[in-house]
Write a protein that binds this ligand. Structure first.
Ligand code: SF4
Length: 328
């Protein structure tokens, strides 16, 4: 591993000053992704700013939602009473992620920033536009079983690997950021980028930006399910995942929130399918029609052709479980 300088500031301003001072500086918290990337020479920061001593761990219940500090651990958030009661989707998605050991180290801010698991990104002997812009995309004509079916570009077809981000997308979360541009609040759907011409950029953050919190607005959803389809029962990334939140009165869907993981460079919100569901009676037929709407524009690359069938089936399954349709 390349040698690096290590600092552990106790104040936010000191952390921001420390990261701004060196071009190759990075923040580190749980390190569950960054350390792997450093060991493999995929990322080689000159300076690590350990932010674990900053006071960003608190989870506060407000009148209009839940405010979660960026350093709150995934395991703590998943088990938090208010999160379980009012943002069940987030709790379910966090429990579906990684392993218990990793969830005990990984933070909310780090989860937002975790990088793709495309195998070529981690293999420094292979071309990869995300790791080395301009070198090409090995996955386009290579092994692309885990890759995107929505929003990809000719430069990159990687997917965002996070479960948490999918739930946050369905819940319209807001990411609180501070940095050289001052304090900002970024809606989660604007936080991650599609690859376009610059797949090296996963998010809209500048290098010196620090995530301080995530806010989840209150909602009226009364049915939820996070479905994760993967190769193993645990400790595996999603082939496809679906965060489904519904507000149902009688049998009528008043509100629908749907987002998918494992299918795009960012958590993929299904707004057209949500609009289709609104006002309709919850039924298998309605859910199948919504899934067909959601799949418009999907494109596969060979090894991931199966996702064209798996994705709509997963949407239907998630909606069925969320709505308890078998009980009707
Ligand atoms: Fe790199 Fe993206 Fe292509 Fe994977 S899909 S090889 S991350 S450019």
């Amino acid at each position: 591993m390349k040698q690096f300088e290590y600092l552990r500031p106790t104040a936010q301003q000191a952390a921001l000053a420390a990261v701004a001072k060196t071009a190759g500086a990075k923040f580190i918290a749980g390190g569950t992704n960054l350390l792997d990337l450093m060991k493999r020479q995929v990322m080689t920061p000159d300076r690590l700013i350990d932010i674990n001593k900053l006071p960003l761990k608190e989870i506060n219940t407000l009148n209009n939602g839940i405010h979660i500090g960026a350093l709150a651990l995934n395991s703590v958030v998943a088990e938090h009473e208010t999160v379980r009661k009012h943002s069940e989707l987030l709790s379910q998605a966090l429990h579906a992620g990684a392993s218990a050991q990793l969830r005990n180290m990984a933070t909310v801010g780090g989860n937002l920033m975790q990088r793709t698991r495309c195998p070529y990104f981690y293999d420094t002997s292979m071309p990869c536009n995300k790791r080395e812009p301009g070198t090409g995309c090995s996955a386009l004509k290579g092994y692309n079983r885990m890759h995107a079916i929505f929003g990809a570009s000719e430069h990159c077809i990687a997917v965002n690997p996070s479960d948490m981000n999918v739930a946050l997308a369905a819940l319209d979360a807001i990411v609180y950021v501070t940095g050289t541009k001052g304090e900002r609040q970024i809606p989660i759907l604007d936080f991650h980028r599609l690859p376009g011409d610059h797949p090296e950029k996963d998010t809209v953050l500048d290098k010196n930006d620090l995530i301080t919190a995530v806010f989840i607005p209150s909602n009226t959803l009364n049915h939820h399910h996070y479905l994760k389809v993967r190769d193993r029962a645990s400790y595996a990334f999603a082939l496809v995942s679906v965060a489904a939140g519904l507000e149902i009165a009688g049998k009528t869907i008043k509100t629908a929130r749907l987002a998918m993981g494992g299918v795009a460079h960012k958590p993929w919100r299904l707004k057209e399918a949500e609009q289709f569901l609104q006002g309709k009676e919850a039924s298998v037929q309605t859910f199948e029609q919504a899934a067909a709407v959601a799949m418009r524009g999907a494109k596969s690359y060979g090894d991931n052709d199966f996702k064209l069938k798996l994705a709509p089936n997963s949407i239907v399954e998630a909606l069925m479980v969320a709505s308890g349709i078998d009980n009707y």
